[in-house]
Design a protein around this ligand. Sequence first.
Ligand SMILES: [Zn+2]
Length: 579
Amino acid sequence: MVQRITRALVPTIKETPAEATNASHIMLLRAGFIRQLGAGIYNFLPLGLRVLRKIEAIVREEMNRSGALEVLMPALLPADYFKETGRWDLYGDTLFRLKDRKGGDYHLGPTHEEIITDMVRREVRSYRQLPLNHYQVQTKFRDEARPRSGILRCREFTMKDAYSFDVDEAAAVKSYETMREAYRRIFTRAGLTFRIVQADSGAIGGKTSAEFQILADSGEDAIVACDNCDYAANVEAAEVGDGPESIDPRGTLFSIEEVHTPGKGGITAVAEFLGVGASQFIKSLLYTTPKKELVMVCLRGNHEVNEVKLAAALGVAEVHLAAEADVVKATGAKVGYAGPIGFKGRVVIDSSATRVSNGVTGANKTDYHLKGVNFGRDFQAEKVDVRAASAGDRCPRCATGHFKAYKGIEGGHIFILGTHYSSKMRAVFLDEKGEEKPMVMGCYGIGVSRLVASAVEQHSDADGIRWPLAIAPYHVHLCTLGNDAAINTAAETLCQSLEARGIEVLWDDRDERPGVKFKDADLIGIPYRVTIGAKTIAQNACELKARTQRDSKAFELISLADAPERIAQAVHAAVRVEV
Ligand SMILES: [Zn+2]
């Protein structure tokens, strides 16, 4: 059945909706794919649902191909299971909680580790029943403090979550690698450009967690990736190699000199004033810990602190930049003039800053800096590794490539969970020797509805969306110009031939001007636009234009007889991606 646009809810909007700021939110609203029902809650209209279902289909095919088997767990969950692992409290306000008529505690599932662990512990007794990997495509609920960006970060969303159960760590790594490969195929087939990035700091070999980041300038996650090898990491987790200047020999050490730098509190201003580069600075930042300890962190002037690493290095849960008043009190100077020499308190120094020779630091005296400062000779501090990776750094893995910076949207995340849940919930089995052991688990998520928006973030231009063929709501957008019997007959014949070849057609049969129809076609972003009008009919032809070609305003005239086969070949070639 060809879908006529007059028989479907495809409410396009000309203006940019006031509440939307990012590309996918604007485009999905304007093109009539989604509508907001409440804060962070959306209706999927017909076109939006078709994209969602196509992504789900790819996910299911590749999960099944990897040997995982689908199950379905409820969205409405008794509180007992989250209480068993402590997450009933840990989740805080993010959990949607409710009571049934008898006063029992329930919640809506934000994730299902406990539920599947319970499912498996009731049935599995022996190592012979392992490994297992089960997945579901289910609606999840999280009461986000700030739902935003349309369906990128909302309160009700569709997720594919999978959970593996293995006899030991080595087997779990195998399951994890299988999922990693399945995910690579899923994201490739969906037509998304992505990087697999290291997501934890590598405490257990760095193999235990990876994010699938969809590259987009609007992404909230900062990523660095090597231009030579396949190392890529979330900046929060990235290992840090030497910066380009870190390997300078120290050379002759000068003696310390105090210089007057009136009103020059920032590094850029002082660097310019003294005629030296920012990397010549040993900048000093003051942080407070949860126990109100004040710690000075020294690092090169051109580097930034990775606060996750700093907290880990100090052995605390989190750190915050000290308030201005605390800085003034601790250093005796205005903000911008802090330095390690003479500072009475704990000082840590990033290892790359220990090699700065004849550096510049604040003098702990308003309007003064010190030149010729050398770590070890002039001050001592605990060496730590707390700087954030940045573009230009030498890659710590291959040691020849350099980091490039990217922005990404997290589309998938794979983890080895170990025995965290199985120990707490006693999901155990008897091994070959009859010994009782906890199962080793992995979990694997894909934000299915989020991928709809991510695809738009990556594939759109000023005119609208440019869907990758594999997940486009339809393959062909047919525009008929004028309500003429010959045109309509030609259109119907073409539709039948296309559908016989498995091509999905959305027919814009509205009584609208060509300009309106073409604008909507560009906005909706179906990969191929076919136009039939009086002019083309006169030549027994139609116009074919590809939306996916970035530069192409161009269209070609092809005969109505040849059109179905030509279009079918192009579509099938694009959907059949080798993965
Ligand atoms: Zn590398």
